[in-house]
Design a protein around this ligand. Structure first.
Ligand code: SF4
Ligand code: ZN
Length: 131
């Protein structure tokens, strides 16, 4: 199998190997959102880069980037889903990568994690607070 098929496009310029980021959210909803994001990136990486427990470096970078964005989200516990966000703090290239991941992992998550998928879908109706 061509390992480059399904590579997240467009690629981000290569940088030094990132330190693997571990994150913990005290707020239940943010923790659940983060778990959903992690599962989606894992699903995408497994399906495209022949990985199992450990992400490939490219997906690990996206994972770590998403973790920082969520940790620093200006809306805190009031945050809407990123897809509904009026600000969108992601770099353009990262936003495109996340869309690719969601497009692939979203339907698969419905079968593998139906409850998380349902809650994430419901979260999509949250309004962002006034800024
Ligand atoms: S895109 Fe919006 S909701 Fe998502 S982390 Fe950035 S500021 Fe928060
Ligand atoms: Zn990967």
């Amino acid at each position: 199998m061509n390992r480059h098929v399904g590579k997240i496009i467009p690629a981000v310029p290569a940088s030094a190997a990132p330190e693997i980021k571990t994150v913990h959210f005290a707020d239940g909803r943010l923790a659940r959102e983060w778990k959903t994001v992690e599962l989606m990136i894992n699903c995408y990486c497994r399906g495209h880069h022949d990985t199992d427990e450990v992400l490939c470096p490219e997906c690990q970078q996206l994972h770590d980037y998403a973790a920082v964005r969520l940790e620093r989200c200006r809306f805190g516990v009031e945050k809407p889903t990123c897809a509904q966000c009026p600000v969108h703090c992601y770099q353009k290239v990262r936003r495109e990568q996340v869309k690719v991941v969601m497009r692939y992992a979203g339907p698969r998550m419905l079968w593998q994690h139906p409850v998380l998928s349902l809650i994430h879908w419901l979260d999509g109706y949250r309004k962002a607070p006034e800024i």
